[in-house]
Design a protein around this ligand. Structure first.
Ligand code: NIG
Ligand code: FE
Length: 416
């Protein structure tokens, strides 16, 4: 048994009430000026002002003491939306995009997601594992302690199962907690371009049963977008996934207001993600059904589009979570501090709102709140030590990582 005391820390953390935080509560955090966290075997046993925590400890209760020297301590970031299982970067496509070619037009021409599909299909399982591991470890160094990784660059049964095995292996061979999501409905693969309905049948009658039998994926996601999957097709896929026991997520209204947010509300999906173009009506429907809105400001930044209406989401009572969307096309970053800065400076979230979005609500968006997302007794001691006095440093010290210590289950896993 290892008993650790983190002391002399300026702690800011949400406290988990058992639901994601929405509306005025989106910025509900606790602060301890001279705080301490006590953990046993990687599980938090006490948190509060240092003198209060010391009161509940007896002499000899602490094996290792860590003096945080007044620095800011927050929960580890939870990144609830990534596509970081990919085999090759797409730098040439980035160059085309900044010269004015549209993201969806590149996909229409057989590039974009489809070029990542060719690379993933051609990669061996070990090759794909080593590139995915690189991205995951990079995220870890930027303070991510729990993350979701989607499949979706296989688009045929065996390649999707291969991606899910790789994603699962990243979780088993690193300190990170990894939540795998099946995204077979990421695009219609080239061989089905002339018969998209046949691909839908493959998804529903072959892939979803095979993925369910494999037992790795916890969620199913669909890219509901013009020229990708319609609302009706998305509904059919998600219903089949629900029957197979998977949780539901929707890539909704990223480029056009197709109604993906409304579909997420109708199906009571766990989350709807992107939402750059979502209508007020559908955002309100999400709030009513408790669907989490995952904002991905790095994608708006990289695609040079208007940001999702995060202030409106808070106003309507949608619980907002924050993620990187790390992928080789629309947003290549593993950095939660980067997207945190964008959320504060370009989407007008307060620092506390962004902190809740990047921790507790993000954990709810992937059903990991029982383990992480806040520094509460009984949760995993996933902690970040920041080079500042408060979480404001994350947005304020732009373009660099403020993270000087990453602790997973109480163990130091990274320090620069
Ligand atoms: O979230 N929108 C669909 N999927 C990703 C991009 C994937 C890619 O371009 O490779 C996204 O933006
Ligand atoms: Fe995405």
């Amino acid at each position: 048994m290892i008993r650790k005391l983190f002391r002399n820390a300026s702690i800011t953390t949400p406290s988990d009430p058992g639901t994601p935080l929405a509306g005025e509560r989106q910025e509900e955090v606790r602060h301890f000026t001279h705080g301490a966290v006590y953990c046993r075997d990687g599980v938090i046993k006490a948190i509060g002002e240092e003198k209060e925590v010391l009161k509940v400890l007896s002499p000899g209760d602490v094996d290792i003491e860590i003096d945080c020297e007044g620095l800011c301590l927050i929960p580890g970031f939870v990144d609830p939306h990534t596509h970081m299982c990919f085999a090759k970067k797409r730098e040439e496509e980035f160059t085309l995009r900044i010269q004015g070619t549209d993201y969806l037009e590149i996909l229409q021409r057989g590039g974009g997601i489809l070029s990542s599909v060719r690379a993933v299909r051609a990669a061996s399982e070990d090759e794909l594992f080593s590139t995915t591991l690189e991205h995951a470890l990079s995220a870890h160094q930027f303070g991510t302690t729990t993350l979701e990784i989607k499949s979706g660059y296989g688009l045929e049964t065996e390649s999707e199962l291969k991606m899910l095995r790789v994603i699962d292996r990243v979780g088993r061979e690193t300190p990170l907690d990894v939540v795998p999501t099946f995204l077979g409905a990421h695009a219609v693969p080239e061989e089905y371009a002339k018969a998209p309905e046949d691909y839908l049948n493959l998804l529903i009658h072959d892939m979803i049963p095979a993925v369910s039998k494999q037992g790795i994926a916890r969620f199913c996601d669909v890219f509901c977008e013009r020229n990708v999957f319609t609302v009706d097709q998305s509904r059919r896929i998600l219903q089949a996934a629900k029957e197979a026991g998977m949780g539901l997520k929707v890539h909704a209204d990223e480029v056009y207001d197709l109604g993906g947010a409304g579909l997420a509300a109708e199906l009571q999906a766990t989350s709807a993600e992107h939402l750059l173009a979502a209508s007020d009506e559908n955002l309100r429907a999400m709030a009513k059904r408790g669907v989490i809105g995952v904002i991905l400001p790095g994608t708006a930044y990289s695609l040079q589009k208007a940001y999702a209406p995060a202030r409106k989401m808070v106003e309507f009572g949608v619980p907002v979570a924050l993620a990187t969307d790390c992928n080789p096309g629309s947003c290549y970053t593993e950095s939660m501090p980067f997207v945190f800065g964008l959320a504060v400076l370009n989407m007008n979230l307060s620092v506390s709102e962004a902190l809740v979005a990047a921790t507790l609500n993000a954990a709810y968006a992937i059903e990991m709140a029982a383990h992480g997302g806040s520094l509460d007794v009984g949760k995993s001691a996933d902690l970040l030590l920041l080079d500042g006095e408060s979480p404001a440093i994350i947005a304020y010290h732009a373009g660099v990582s403020p993270v000087v210590g990453v602790y997973k289950r109480g163990e130091l896993v990274f320090s620069p």
